[in-house]
Design a protein around this ligand. Structure first.
Ligand code: ZN
Length: 257
């Protein structure tokens, strides 16, 4: 990161935040890569290691081979990881009342663990925090599932031996309607929309900044690589989220002195 060149943009973004009425943060995989969570689409990411065609909801339900593949992936994703400075920075901006909603494509629960209240978060693709039995609808926290995983390749519901599924959105499944509705509402209500760590490639999630722009919001993009919406943003920073967000928080605090 070229700190000097970015200095002006930190201050510009801080100014936008302080003068905003309804700032919304939108995050993708890039906010969590510094926590050690592998990205799905980057080279060396999840889809380089797993055959994406084996993953969809109907084959998960009907094929034990597909369930085995899914559980290998869940194992990879359930490794213990911690929030990084980007997550803590976003949580701090929420605590200061400057960010009113956090929309995320991530399923890692790291925003909540960094201190963002549940009611401010919209997890568009669900979360690995809980698993549900598709037969008896019992819910199990990830901790409990991790214990079962130690002795079973494909864990089953301890009650009824039904299929267990994490509360995440699978390929071929639609996004949770109420969460999507809240995300659209907040995007349209925003006057400042800050994208962090998303290449804006996955729809319908990537519609959110478009809704925000259409409603007259300013767009800020913080991502390691360029995105298709960079040209429409008021400020763009191509750097790691964990380096940028703490700088912006510092600028914001300097202003509110
Ligand atoms: Zn069950």
């Amino acid at each position: 990161m070229n700190l000097e060149a970015d200095e002006n943009r930190f201050s510009q973004i801080a100014e936008l935040l302080v003068s905003s009425r309804h700032a919304v943060v939108f995050t993708g995989a890039g906010v969590s890569t510094e926590s050690g969570i592998p990205d799905f689409r980057s080279p060396g990411g999840i889809w380089d290691r797993f055959d994406q065609s084996a993953f969809d909801y109907s084959s998960f339900l009907t094929s034990s081979q597909s369930r085995l593949a899914h559980w290998e992936l869940f194992r990879t994703l359930s490794h213990r990881v911690e929030p990084n400075p980007a997550h803590f920075g976003v949580a701090e901006l929420c605590r200061l009342g400057l960010v009113k909603a956090v929309i995320t494509q991530n399923i890692d629960n790291l925003h909540q663990r960094a201190g963002v209240p549940d009611e401010l978060i919209m997890e568009l693709h669900g979360s690995m925090k809980n698993f549900t039995c598709l037969r008896c609808h019992a819910k199990y926290p990830l901790d409990k599932i991790e214990v079962i995983m130690q002795s079973a390749e494909v864990p089953e519901c301890p009650h009824c031996r039904g299929i267990l599924k994490p509360d995440v959105v699978f390929f071929g499944e639609s996004l949770p309607g109420d969460t999507l509705e809240r995300a659209v509402f907040n995007s349209r209500a925003s006057d400042l929309f800050i994208v962090i760590g998303s290449t804006l490639a996955v729809y319908p999630a990537a519609y959110m900044p478009e809704y925000a722009l259409a409603s007259g919001a300013s767009l800020v993009i913080i991502n390691l690589t360029p995105t298709p919406m960079d040209s429409q943003a008021s400020a763009v920073i191509h750097a790691r989220a964990g380096e940028v967000i703490p700088e912006i928080v510092r600028e914001v605090k300097r202003r509110s002195g």
